[in-house]
Design a protein around this ligand. Structure first.
Ligand code: 48F
Length: 257
């Protein structure tokens, strides 16, 4: 068999276009492919909900690849270990109830599990805005990340979803769109993004699960964005809270769907 260069190109274009077209209507659209977004995507897709995830970068995985200061090991507590066990990620006990896992194994396994469960993952696409209809978020406005990086004046496209998850990490980008652009009140004590607090892992890990909520009609936060939105501490290279928050966001959305 001879390989025809143009046929190869056509295969990619046809397959990707079909995937993108299909992804324009979903039950849940997740923004951000870090540990929280990936865990949420896995749990939702496993429950047969149509789930799409948009990640700005070329690689999915967010801040988990680098562990702490690029020492590519992560730490989880017992509850986090239970979720890694479910994914089949190997953990080794350390001390005082801490467990370690290889960051590369953890990211690649979460990513694979989300895909195999049926979630559709798009890389190199950024959510730059939301669709806001009658006081509720009804979808996302997306564009190629390359357009964003090159600051090109290119209009985006829209996708509709019953729920959106802001899993954008420290930046809480979807919350910022709602606050800064739409000027709406968020479901926080001040009605605004409270802002992330300095490092305190013990409190941060607890609060991130508590702060996993619907912070505006149609939008849940998951992962570090929760603590940024509700004003709780960061926690460094311990990742159990991210996994638990992803799972909780999925469970809360499943109750509503
Ligand atoms: O930052 P990230 O890993 O968020 P997370 O899942 O986990 C946080 C930890 O990695 C770490 C930590 C642990 O203690 O604090 O930081 O909450 O993943 C967020 C992903 O969202 C992408 C971004 O590139 C990253 O991969 N992202 C952010 N904004 C957008 C986006 C956007 N507007 N559109 C698409 N992707």
């Amino acid at each position: 068999m001879s390989l025809d260069d143009v046929k190869v190109s056509r295969a990619i274009i046809e397959r990707f276009t079909a995937k993108l077209l299909d992804g324009l209507e979903a039950d849940v659209a997740i923004v951000g492919g870090g540990p929280a977004g990936l865990t949420a995507a896995y749990c939702l897709a496993k429950a047969d909900k149509k789930t799409v995830l948009f990640e700005r970068k070329l690689s999915i995985g967010g801040g988990m690849w680098g562990g702490g200061i690029m020492f590519n090991e992560i730490v989880v507590q017992a509850e986090g270990k239970a979720i890694l066990d479910e994914f089949g990620v190997k953990t080794v006990p350390h001390e005082d109830g801490y467990f370690c896992a290889g960051a590369v194994e953890a990211v690649s396994t979460l990513c694979s599990a989300a895909c195999k469960a049926g979630a559709t993952l798009f890389n190199c696409i950024s959510a730059e805005d939301v669709m806001l209809t009658e006081g509720r978020v009804t979808g996302l406005v997306i564009n190629w990340s390359a357009v964003e990086v090159a600051r090109l004046h290119v209009d985006p496209i829209t996708m509709r979803s019953k729920y959106v998850v802001d899993a954008t990490g420290h930046a809480a980008e979807i919350a910022h769109v709602l606050q800064d652009k739409a000027g709406v009140q968020l479901n926080t004590p001040t009605g605004k993004i409270v802002g992330e607090r300095p490092m305190w892992a013990e409190v941060g890990e607890r609060m991130i699960v508590e702060n996993t909520r619907e912070f505006f009609p149609g939008v849940f936060c998951s992962g570090m964005s929760c603590n940024a939105i509700y004003g709780a501490p960061r926690m460094g290279p311990i990742f159990g809270g991210m996994l638990m928050s992803g799972k909780k966001a999925a469970e809360m959305i499943l109750e509503k769907l």
